[in-house]
Ligand binder design. Structure first.
Ligand SMILES: Cc1cc2nc3c(=O)[nH]c(=O)nc-3n(C[C@H](O)[C@H](O)[C@H](O)COP(=O)(O)O)c2cc1C
Length: 357
């Protein structure tokens, strides 16, 4: 349908209205975000687990602050811009991550499952909220003390990663992106004409034009960028994406994050779970909440948690998906369009396909 329009929000201007969504843990690193930026889009880093990834790969102990700063500095070398995805559920590293990102002057922070804390000062940085419904957005805006620069509407019926809906509701027609968008646009308009970006199931240039026609300011894609040469997923993960069939993509409710999770059912960690041989070690502890007294809770997948048998341990499995947990079985998260991927592309080719064809 022809060349797509530019992306504009806050202080961000890019030639194409394409955002590469943050992909944890460690799947969207600086190599990917830089390639996306060079080819006219906006790349987003994932902040999950960075302290451990730097400690493992650099051979010395890192704090979250140091790791986040280094990740952003690497991504922004030579004047490149980059976004950072921060998830409220990762309470243990949340404050340090946001402080480091603001100090590093990251271009934009996208908040998933949470809003910025009161008093956060976004001087050189834009901020966005990720939501899966107009209802969720209204609640977020009520708790948010500043106007966001952009809203990402992520449709739970098709997106990769954790999903913002109840497991039993996923697949219902009301949760299709086309159905969710009008009401979200209405809320965004009423709250000061905030641009809305759509995510979940966007695959082609035609899809991008379709959602532009429905009022979206741009699109965010995960799965297509996962299947690029520059993503940090292991060769095994990328091969599993290329080889998967539609029926291999399932949604499970047993992530300790408390949200449904879309995965490939051939994921080695999932096969272990089905076989009943998965033993959580909980060495990482990324997924910790805080109780009423402000103490960290134990992960729901930890053997000491009373309900641990209902959940699977994901930290090691996600590290294994980027090759940082040798010998550990990996967990592969994808969007429902993963079965359409038939080869791994360089970002330059993917961007040309999406922006022009
Ligand atoms: C491998 C993978 C990891 C992801 N990790 C995260 C994450 O850590 N935080 C987040 O907000 N979204 C995450 N997502 C969601 C993407 O950022 C994006 O919004 C979504 O995948 C869009 O749907 P699509 O895959 O159909 O393009 C992930 C998606 C994938 C495929």
């Amino acid at each position: 349908m022809g060349t797509i329009p530019e992306l504009r929000f806050g202080n961000i201007v890019r030639p194409y209205c394409i955002i590469q969504g943050g992909m944890g843990a460690g799947v969207s690193g600086p190599r990917l975000t830089r390639a996306v930026w060079r080819n006219g889009g906006l790349g987003v880093l994932s902040s999950a687990g960075l302290k451990d990834f730097y400690t493992i790969t650099k051979g010395r102990s890192y704090t979250t602050y140091e790791a986040v700063q280094e990740e952003i500095a690497t991504a922004m070398t030579d004047g490149y811009g980059v976004g950072l995805n921060v998830m409220g559920i990762l309470a243990e590293s949340y404050d340090e991550t946001v402080t480091a990102a603001l100090d590093a002057k990251v271009s934009v922070i996208f908040f998933g499952a949470g809003v910025p804390k009161r008093g956060t000062i976004f001087k050189d940085t834009a901020f966005g909220l990720i939501t899966s419904s107009a209802r969720g957005l209204k609640i977020m805006l009520r708790y948010c003390h500043q106007k966001p620069d952009v809203i990402i509407l992520e449709g739970p019926n098709a997106a990769g990663g954790h999903l913002g809906a109840r497991l039993e509701d996923i697949g219902q027609s009301e949760l299709e992106l086309e159905e969710l968008l009008p009401e979200v646009l209405e809320v965004a308009t009423k709250n000061g004409n905030i641009p809305v970006i759509v995510a979940g199931g966007i695959y082609t240039n035609t899809d991008i034009w379709k959602f532009r026609g429905l009022g979206a300011s741009g699109v965010q894609l995960g799965t297509r960028f996962l299947a690029t040469e520059e993503s940090s997923a292991t060769a095994e993960f990328k091969r599993a994406v290329v080889e998967c069939r539609q029926e291999d993509i399932i949604t499970v409710g047993s992530s300790p994050c408390g949200f449904p999770f879309r995965i490939l059912k051939c994921s080695p960690a999932y096969l272990e779970l089905l076989a009943g041989t998965r033993r959580p070690k909980c060495r990482m502890g990324y997924v910790l909440g805080k109780d009423k007294e402000g103490h960290y809770t134990i992960c729901k997948a930890h053997p000491n948690h009373p309900e641990h048998s209902k959940y699977f341990c994901i930290c090691d499995a996600l590290r294994a998906a980027i090759g940082l947990a040798p010998g550990e079985p990996a967990m592969y998260t994808v969007g429902t369009n993963a079965y359409r991927v038939d080869k791994i592309l360089p970002v330059s080719e993917l961007m040309i396909e999406l922006a022009h064809n």
